[in-house]
Design a protein around this ligand. Structure first.
Ligand SMILES: NC(=O)c1ccc[n+]([C@@H]2O[C@H](COP(=O)([O-])OP(=O)(O)OC[C@H]3O[C@@H](n4cnc5c(N)ncnc54)[C@H](OP(=O)(O)O)[C@@H]3O)[C@@H](O)[C@H]2O)c1
Length: 325
């Protein structure tokens, strides 16, 4: 259970370290410390703006012999501005340079949203807005199909730069379409998933098509409070049911929610910069939730999505950008 076997028998460590919003100033130490206490899966992305520092942490850990490169699973993600086929390889090469490694284990299309290209020397990472100044900055979309992007991702595998490719923030219709033309199978779908957004049909679809599901924001609202995208009362960690189950196992609410995810055959990638929470989030393999506990947690589902471009892009970037509807 500490690893999930992908369709090609590669082993994905079930619990990974999320790196979104990890400040540059903390990233190298957090990565080093996480590897030291046993993390073997890092979830990085160009868009997180900290890949250089993440790379410094990896380099330090490897140089100290805390683990071998082969024992470490590194995921990164292709940003929206690099979807055209000629931009995919340079984007990956920039990520490899920043992470200071010569291949990654998993490269994901970050969003099914193609944005206009922004050269590295204009802005890196490019983020969402095409131009950041001016009277009415907006997201500028580009006409690029997922099929074009996927073809270029496949070439990265053939060229030995990437071991696995996958997607984020896709629903079943987009996955079904991808499967019609994919010559290399998508190893992983990464989507928001916690007890308030259980997505049972999406999970069932992935499991019946040999796509491993990774749940992002596995702790729910916490990540979105600082962004004004969630309210304290949205926290699944404060649910009475979760506290009761936590009490009966001598575990914390966060451990119960993470265990709920991994017991359904998904991987989870909680983010923290705090030593005690890094440990806490990894200590989820020494207890089992009963069928009754799992079933009662499944009933918490409210289909509550915190990370929805159809909502945040309009508010933050003055651009209507729905993807799930
Ligand atoms: N593919 C995508 O589109 C996408 C989107 C979002 C996220 N992700 C990935 O998924 C990762 C995880 O998601 P996330 O960062 O949004 O949310 P998360 O891991 O569910 O939650 C992180 C928040 O919870 C706090 N926290 C961590 N451990 C805790 C614990 N044991 N008890 C209570 N609070 C705890 C953290 O604060 P402290 O740091 O202060 O501990 C932080 O505020 C990201 O870092 C990123 O790698 C991917």
């Amino acid at each position: 259970m500490k690893n999930l076997s992908l369709y090609n028998h590669d082993l994905l460590p079930t619990v990974g370290l999320g790196l979104w919003k990890t400040p540059k100033s903390d990233a190298a130490k957090t990565v080093h410390d996480a590897i030291k206490i046993g993390y073997r899966h890092l979830d990085s992305a160009c868009d997180y703006g900290n890949e250089v520092e993440v790379g410094n942490g990896i380099k330090l850990a490897l140089s100290k012999g805390l683990c071998k490169r082969d024992e470490l699973w590194v995921t990164s993600k292709l940003w929206n501005t690099y979807h055209k086929k000629e931009h995919v390889r340079p984007a990956l090469e920039r990520t490899l340079k920043d992470l200071q490694i010569d291949r990654i284990d998993l490269y994901l299309i970050h969003f099914p949203i193609a944005q206009e290209f922004v050269p590295f020397d204009v802005r890196y990472p490019p983020e969402w807005l095409y131009e950041t100044s001016g009277e009415d900055p907006k997201i500028k979309f580009a006409n690029v199909s997922i099929q074009e992007t996927w073809g270029a991702m496949e070439q990265l595998v053939r060229d030995g730069l990437v071991r696995n490719i996958g997607i984020c923030n896709f629903g079943t219709s987009m996955l079904r379409d991808l499967l019609t033309y994919a010559e290399i199978h998508p190893s992983v779908l990464q989507v928001e998933r916690h007890p308030y957004l259980a997505q049972p049909k999406l999970l069932k679809f992935c499991q019946s098509n040999d796509i491993t599901l990774t749940g992002f924001s596995p702790l729910g609202a916490g990540s979105y409070l600082e962004l004004g995208m969630a309210k304290p009362e949205d926290s699944v960690l404060d649910e009475t049911l979760i506290s009761e189950i936590a009490g009966s196992h001598g575990k914390t609410p966060a451990q119960i929610v993470l265990r709920w995810g991994i017991q359904q055959g998904t991987s989870v990638i909680p983010k923290s910069t705090r030593q005690e929470r890094l440990r806490e989030n990894l200590e989820v393999f020494d207890f089992v939730l009963s069928d009754i506990e799992m079933a009662s947690m499944n009933k918490l589902d409210r289909n509550h999505r915190f990370n929805d471009p159809g909502v945040f892009a309009e508010k933050a970037f003055n651009t209507f950008c729905p993807i799930y509807e």
